[in-house]
Design a protein around this ligand. Structure first.
Ligand code: CP3
Length: 340
């Protein structure tokens, strides 16, 4: 079993820098497209054998050092009682967005084994087949709240911020319910076999630092503190994290995911010695000429040396247009240039 990824999460000595890619299973892979041609996205998420199959595709093709469960952050939102659909044009659509007390009261804190058994089953299948660690994941409370309040993706998060600013009591009631869901959902994934977990806070970067501190940080701290008790590394990824690092460092995460808009050296300096870091190549670097991409890889590897531990990754999910052979070359380059 290749456990280099887990070692790097804990800040232990590693023979080379481990690498995986956010959204590594997906549309840029012809093998994924072939599976998706037969089933819709939600069916794929809810069929353990198929979810396991597409989870394994990038592990075999790219030779990454970790697998991430194939699912979606909105699966748990559906289990809380909302109606979820994925449209090709609009992305995720949650009907009847949550904007009132009664809307919040109707939400349940789902039991994973009862309402998302396919997640547990997929993890068990994967653990029997993988020779790299399996990462479980969930949306972080704020990012899930934006989807629930907006009813889908959003540009300005107006409805979310309106609830936050005009009715902070209501907002915190919703955040509490989501936080309890996240804790229970990820604990179940860990007990089923997930060897690390990542919290995706994709939209927290849309907040002013003081609002992040007041409205979001307490839930993140609580979720991470609870999950740490399960004994596996916890990764916290915030997209557009630069201005929030001084708050993010107040969490007890093992690893902080860094997007590409900040120099990794500055991010490490801002976070201090306590954390391993994960990142942070611009996903569009996969469109660079090969040598230019390699230069960027070397630069990030060198900067990563200054952290307690470094896991190489893109600064956000791989784009569907990415040439798969460049993703293969990226992983190979990380391994080659970082060999100790
Ligand atoms: O990383 C992996 O390989 C595991 C799979 C994974 C998916 N979604 C599969 C997916 C993970 C970790 C996610 C997380 C997720 N989902 C996030 C947080 C990470 C991030 O990228 O910031 C968010 C915000 C979502 C919500 C979501 N899911 C949106 C907005 C969309 C539509 C836009 C898009 O990227 O297509 C999805 C759909 C989705 N989730 C797809 C995949 C492979 C595409 C579905 C398809 O096959 O058509």
């Amino acid at each position: 079993m290749n456990d280099i990824f887990l070692k790097a999460c804990r800040g232990e000595e590693v023979p080379y820098t481990p690498v995986w890619i956010m959204r590594q299973a997906g549309r840029y892979l012809p093998e994924y497209q072939a599976v998706r041609a037969e089933v819709d996205f939600l069916t794929l998420c809810k069929t353990p054998e198929l979810a396991a199959k597409v989870t394994l595709q990038p592990v075999e093709k790219l030779k990454v050092d970790a697998a991430i469960l194939f699912s979606d952050i909105l699966i748990a939102v559906e289990a809380m009682g909302m109606h979820l659909e994925f449209s090709d044009r609009k992305g995720p659509v949650l009907s009847d967005p949550v904007r009132t007390k009664s809307g919040i009261d109707r939400l349940v804190i789902p039991d994973t084994e009862d309402s998302m058994p396919f997640v547990i089953e997929a993890i068990k299948i994967l653990r029997s087949q993988l020779n790299v660690p399996l990462i479980g994941f969930s949306g972080a409370p704020f990012t899930l709240a934006t989807y629930m309040i907006e009813g889908g993706s959003s540009k300005n998060f107006l409805n979310t911020k309106r609830m936050m600013f005009q009715n902070p009591g209501l907002f915190s009631l919703l955040m509490d319910k989501i936080t309890m869901t996240v804790i229970s959902y990820l604990s179940s994934q860990i007990r089923a076999g997930a060897q690390a977990v990542q919290l995706f806070d994709t939209w927290a970067g849309a907040l002013a630092p003081e609002d992040y501190k007041e409205f979001v940080l307490p839930s993140v701290k609580r979720a991470i503190a609870e999950l740490k008790k399960e004994g596996v590394p916890v990764i916290y990824f915030v997209n557009e994290c630069a201005a929030l690092l001084k708050e993010i460092k107040k969490t007890t995460a093992d690893v902080i995911g860094i997007d590409w808009r900040i120099d990794l050296k500055d991010a490490i300096k801002g976070l201090g010695k306590k954390f391993a870091v994960q990142g942070n190549l611009d996903p569009c670097a996969l469109f660079l000429p090969h040598e230019k991409m390699e230069d960027k890889v070397k630069d990030i590897l060198w900067k990563g040396e200054f952290a307690k531990g470094h896991i190489f990754n893109l600064g956000h999910g791989i784009l569907p247009e990415s040439p798969a052979e460049n993703a293969v070359a990226l992983v190979e380059a990380v391994h080659r240039f970082s060999e100790r």
